[in-house]
Write a protein of this length. Structure first.
Length: 308
């Protein structure tokens, strides 16, 4: 469902930009090129506004406040990575790397992974991670959380089924790797299913564990649930086991343009890891994040320490 929507958006923007370029080229090449640039690169302007907002909202946050130069680097990084995710991998290549569960591809006794994407994303988000695991003997399932704008609680059965499938293929409880809202979906699954014993560890990357300032502008259900200190967030940890947060490694950044104030991406009692100068989507594809996260399925403490 989301892939089709993003296909429509991408194709429509390119068609509009090309039409503008052709229509105005003879009368004014400058106007033609300017309009084309606005239509194709306009998203970068919206990103810039997000970075400016986080710079000011983070003033009272305990996480080190980024300098303008640091923000500019994160803006450029996000400008480059966003089209690859939202205009290519997700709309057109979401099934490029299928789930790895077949008997001939999976080795029993090797831990598997369940990948859980974030808001307005699908399994295509994880393509570089899935390619990394292909042919390694590790089972993996990358979810599509649909309907895309439903309550986060509604995704718990999808996660539960994926965990069951990976566990059946490997004989071991899986690692969960989650980006953004996906980390909240994992916490909702833990609460609803009381599933702490069924997962070995949970990695969250840029997850608004305590909400995000931007969610105040959302008009959809799961977006509203991510508001700062909202009722839905407060209910997540009600009556939770004392060790639940110790299951988590939380990657967060002082330049996250979606989840801010920055400290809202941390959990008390978790292994919270700060990355300086990384934007929201960019954070998920940094080598240090990918390497350290996947080291958890190998059970190599030295490697984990070296890549953190």
């Amino acid at each position: 469902m989301l892939a089709r929507l993003q296909q429509l958006i991408t194709v429509s923007l390119l068609a509009a930009a090309t039409g503008w370029l052709v229509f105005f080229w003879e009368s004014s090449a400058l106007l033609a090129l300017a309009g084309f640039a606005v239509l194709v690169l306009g998203y970068s302007g919206f990103l810039a506004l997000e970075f400016v907002a986080l710079r000011f909202i983070n003033r009272a946050d305990p996480v080190p406040r980024p300098a303008w130069k640091e923000l500019a680097g994160a803006w450029l990084g996000e400008t480059l990575v966003a089209p690859r995710v939202f205009c290519w991998r997700q709309p057109f290549r979401s099934q490029a790397v299928p789930d790895q569960l077949s008997v001939d591809a999976v080795e029993k006794g090797r831990r598997g992974v369940v990948f859980i994407h974030g808001f307005f994303c699908n399994r295509g988000f994880w393509t570089p991670w899935l390619k990394r695991l292909q042919g390694t003997g590790h089972a993996f399932v990358a979810l599509n959380l649909e309907p895309p704008f439903a309550s986060i609680d509604d995704y718990a059965p999808l996660i539960d089924e994926a965990v069951q499938r990976v566990t059946a293929a490997t004989g071991l409880s899986p690692l969960l790797v989650c980006h953004s809202m996906g980390g909240l979906a994992a916490r909702a699954w833990l609460r609803i299913m009381k599933a702490e014993a069924r997962v070995c560890h949970v990695v969250t990357i840029g997850t608004p564990h305590r909400g995000t300032w931007l969610a105040r502008f959302s008009l959809v259900t799961n977006g509203r649930q991510m508001q700062l200190s909202g009722q839905w967030h407060q209910a997540l940890d009600l009556d939770m086991p004392s060790h639940r947060h110790a299951l988590f490694t939380c990657w967060y950044s002082n330049c996250d343009n979606i989840v801010f104030p920055s400290s809202t991406a941390t959990l008390p009692g978790a292994d919270n890891r700060l990355v300086h100068g990384a934007a929201h989507v960019q954070l998920a594809f940094l080598p240090q994040v990918l390497d350290a996260s996947l080291a958890l399925i190998e059970g190599d403490p030295w490697k984990i320490a070296q890549t953190s």
